[in-house]
Design a protein. Structure first.
Length: 127
């Protein structure tokens, strides 16, 4: 039986442990990726539902505006109806802008948190 040199034993140890380390790292990385995708998908679905609800609300307001406008008896009545509608539309546009900014900020915060978690758990930190 041939005896292995210390460097040969080291090489064998490294060769056997590297695939295991990569498997653990790979599994953890895939789990983190799946978690990030799940969180992003949830936020995107939430945002999509908000915009669908908003479109339905705008359609309803437009329909109500058209019904009120057709019932107007004079030009001053029509102008008052138009002013009411345009005021509501500007309010909705301001709300849309705020919601869009909040949604974008939430996505960026999630992204930053998930990416920073990935770095802090990475191989270079000794964790």
């Amino acid at each position: 039986m041939q005896k292995q040199s210390p460097s040969g034993q080291f090489d064998k140890l490294v060769a056997n442990s590297i695939p295991a380390a990569f498997a653990v790292f790979n599994k953890k990385g895939m789990e983190e990726l799946a978690d990030m995708q799940s969180q992003w998908l949830g936020q995107i679905q939430e945002a999509s539902q908000h915009w669908i609800d908003r479109m339905q609300s705008e359609a309803k307001i437009g329909s109500e505006f058209a019904a009120k406008l057709t019932s107007a008896r004079s030009l001053p009545d029509a102008m008052a109806i138009y002013q009411e509608w345009s005021s509501r539309r500007f309010e909705m546009m301001a709300e849309d802008g705020k919601h869009l900014l909040a949604c974008f900020q939430k996505l960026m915060e999630t992204n930053a948190r998930l990416l920073s978690n990935g770095r802090s758990n990475g191989a270079g930190t000794g964790s």
